[in-house]
Write a protein that binds this ligand. Structure first.
Ligand code: PXP
Length: 275
């Protein structure tokens, strides 16, 4: 599979990166070997995940170093290694040689990756990291908020891809705030336009879900389409990275079906976009 920025036409669905971190979260709750995130990644690849995404955090709260080694040894599907911009992580990535890397901000106290990377504020460090990773053949994306100055800094840093943080959109969606969702979609759209004008390949992720997950009460649905569909329908989006809600959905329907459901949602959303 190739990943050129011009590969997708408007009706091509964005690729789905399945984030398996939360399989490891469940495993680590008991400190043993089960459920194994690598087994989940193998199943996800069989079920049609286009990319396997994982985040090796500084505190190893979910994915651990030996998971990374086993993922590389077991999975032919492209790996997307999310990591903070630290020497420790860059060394591990250089040894692992994943196909893709997404550089993210990291604070130990946060529950998840709460904001985007401040590329503007650490441009030399991020530029060096992008060069190091490109030298080992990794396609690098930087995970940022849809802020024009940050998007311009991604291009300056030499990363070929940007992943826009959809957390604010997802929060508005979970709150049933249709106005907030619209405002966030517009901010994303403006960011995507700028990113494309700079020649960046454009990805998105964080907090995306399906309408089935919004309420356990049958027939109760949010006032908008699913957050996954809303973002997948933005024509500039070439890749989505989804973890927590997809793994949560898998508890009810199984991992293979959960991936099929997310892929179907993405394809439906993109097909509905006028040519
Ligand atoms: N993209 C990036 C860069 C992330 O850090 C995360 C969370 O690990 C995700 C996507 C997926 O977010 P979620 O688990 O909320 O779907």
């Amino acid at each position: 599979m190739t990943f050129s920025a011009t590969h997708l036409t408007t009706h091509d669905a964005p690729l789905l990166g399945v984030n398996i971190d939360h399989v490891a979260t469940v495993r680590n709750a008991r400190g043993g070997r089960f459920p194994d995130p690598v087994a989940a990644a193998i199943l996800a690849a069989e079920a049609g995940a286009d990319i396997i995404t994982f985040h090796l955090r500084e505190d190893r709260r979910h994915i651990r170093d030996d998971d990374v080694v086993r993922l590389k040894a077991s999975i032919a599907t492209p790996l997307n290694f999310e990591a903070a911009v630290t020497d420790e992580m860059l060394d591990i990535i250089e040894r692992t040689r994943p196909e893709h890397v997404c550089l993210v901000p990291e604070r130990r106290q946060e529950i998840t990756t709460e904001g985007g990377l401040d590329v503007v504020g650490q441009l030399p460090r991020v530029t060096d990291a992008c060069a190091r990773l490109a030298a080992v053949g990794a396609r690098v994306s930087l995970f940022i908020g849809a802020d024009p100055a940050q998007i311009e800094a991604v291009a300056q840093a030499g990363a070929p891809c940007v992943e826009l943080h959809t957390g604010a959109l997802a929060n508005a969606w979970w709150a049933g705030d249709a106005t907030g969702v619209q405002a966030e979609l517009q901010r994303l759209q403006a960011g995507l336009k700028l990113a494309q004008s700079l020649g960046l390949r454009t990805h998105a992720g964080h907090g995306l879900s399906l309408n089935e997950s919004w309420s356990a009460t049958p027939g109760v649905a949010p006032p908008t389409a699913s957050s996954t569909a809303l973002v997948a329908a933005l024509p500039a989006i070439t890749e989505l990275h989804i973890g927590h809600a997809l793994i949560g959905h898998a508890l009810f329907v199984g991992l293979k079906q959960a991936i099929a459901d997310y892929k179907a949602e993405i394809v439906r959303a993109r097909r509905a976009v006028p040519a």
